[in-house]
Ligand binder design. Structure first.
Ligand code: GTP
Ligand code: MG
Length: 198
């Protein structure tokens, strides 16, 4: 599948404000600065559909984008685990996120983005575990693969996946992406298409 048309629809601060849950949606979550907004732009072949920044904490609301003339939604969520914002804002993030995740019946998959350069971080593992325990359908996307050489990349991914297999019997679907060279975009879009067609 290709994204032929994409448009920003709405920013919401609560799940109540979100657009009607009348079509499938796919949300992107992960620590601040991991590359959620950049990947959404890459999937949509647009430079600035979702706002990106080198400063963590750019996305602070639930942002809905309509795809291919309103057939489905992509959702850009605020990052979690960003230590530099005030405590109040930080807990606000998690409230928005948990409210959204727990109450959005049309969310078909939550893509959890992980920086492929880092060893497994507690915040990510705890977050993913919470999702799995609550039956939320997740997929993992390891981002910024362009920043590693082949050897580092293979080693990091193997170590990370082994870490997760200590917790779970099997891994959820896993993707590897780069918003710079487009790695992974075809695979992610085919995965979405398969779910949409089910
Ligand atoms: P918040 O909205 O703050 O939670 O961040 P985010 O996860 O949406 O990250 P964003 O897409 O704004 O990207 C953060 C920074 O990482 C920006 O400087 C991007 O240019 C950079 N970046 C994102 N994806 C990639 C990638 O695949 N490769 C490289 N090299 N840089 C990337
Ligand atoms: Mg963002």
């Amino acid at each position: 599948m290709e994204v032929l048309e994409a448009a920003f629809l709405k920013s919401s601060s609560t799940v109540k404000q979100c657009p009607k849950p009348n079509k499938p949606e796919y949300a992107f979550i992960g620590r601040s600065n991991v590359g959620k907004s950049s990947l959404i732009n890459k999937l949509c072949k647009r430079k600035a559909l979702a706002k990106t920044s080198s400063t963590p904490g750019k996305t602070q609301l639930i942002n809905h984008f309509t795809i291919n003339n309103d057939q489905w939604y992509l959702v850009d969520l605020p990052g979690y685990g960003y230590a530099k914002v005030s405590k109040k804002l930080r807990s606000g993030f998690s409230k928005i996120i948990l409210d959204y995740i727990g109450n959005r019946e049309n969310m078909m998959c939550l893509f959890v983005l992980i920086d492929s350069r880092l060893p497994a971080q507690k915040a990510d593992v705890d977050f993913m575990n919470l999702m799995v325990e609550n039956g939320i359908p997740i997929s993992i996307i390891f981002t910024k693969t362009d920043k590693l050489n082949q050897k580092q990349y293979a080693e990091n991914m193997k170590a990370y996946e082994q870490e997760l297999l200590k917790l779970w019997e099997e891994l959820p679907p896993v993707f590897y992406s780069s918003a710079v060279n487009g790695e992974g975009t075809d695979e992610i879009l085919s995965f979405i298409e398969d779910i949409n067609n089910k």
